[in-house]
Write a protein that binds this ligand. Structure first.
Ligand code: SAH
Length: 201
């Protein structure tokens, strides 16, 4: 998986490559699909959601430019797989999930696998997690038409926010926003397809 899907497509950050090799993806995939865990595509998980394609997890982690001392917010814990990868790169990860059963399953599995620096919060992640802010990186694993303002507000100075922007059912553009003081700049990293970010307000 790491050689053919991650390195060959241009992910070069050695820490990301090590993290992708370290996390046992088959543990995050529903049991009937375990034999497809390392295949080159997303897979269905509970609550009609998906565990992202391995390459997408690596691409987003690399784009977030995470240092070992960083505090990171993930929006959309899903299976917990992305959070596990981020936890190998960062000092602390807070991951927010709106589905109670997914949040509970991810909490249990991440603890079992020893990812002690991850906290799973059951909430509407479009509000971020203000009590643990600011974050050096925010990784949103669901697509939104616009960037929710709280996520930008909770980004540290110099921080990076990675989010798929666009409509459901269409391809979205994976976007990186950088915050420098009160200024932000954005760039498009490529075309992607994610489940929607659902705001519970
Ligand atoms: N990172 C996940 C990918 C999960 S798919 C993994 O590695 O498995 C995206 C997830 O975002 C889904 O679980 C969905 O329930 C969740 N989601 C959608 N809108 C959300 C919101 N507003 N707040 C928190 N989670 C949300």
């Amino acid at each position: 998986m790491v050689d053919e899907q991650i390195k060959e497509r241009g992910v070069v950050d050695p820490r990301v490559i090590t993290a992708m090799a370290a996390v046992p993806r088959h543990r995050f995939v529903p049991e009937p699909l375990t034999n497809q865990a390392y295949a080159d595509h997303p897979l269905p998980i509970a609550a009609s959601q998906t565990i992202s394609q391995p390459y997408m997890v690596a691409l987003m982690a690399e784009a977030a430019e995470i240092s070992p001392s960083d505090h990171v917010l993930e929006v959309g814990a899903g299976s917990g797989y992305g959070a596990a990868v981020l936890s190998e790169l960062a000092a602390e990860v807070v991951t927010v999930e709106r589905h109670r059963n997914l949040a509970d399953a991810a909490t249990e599995l991440l603890a079992e696998l020893g990812h002690d620096n991850v906290t799973v919060v059951k909430a509407d992640g479009s509000l971020g997690c203000p009590s643990r802010a600011p974050y050096a990186a925010v990784v949103v694993t669901a697509a939104s038409e616009t960037i929710p303002a709280p996520l930008i507000e909770q980004l540290a100075d110099g921080g990076r926010l990675i989010i798929p922007l666009g409509s459901l059912g269409e391809v979205q553009h994976l976007t990186r926003l950088r915050r420098n003081g009160d200024q932000t700049s954005t760039e498009t990293l490529g075309w992607v397809r994610f489940v929607p970010l659902i705001e519970d307000r």
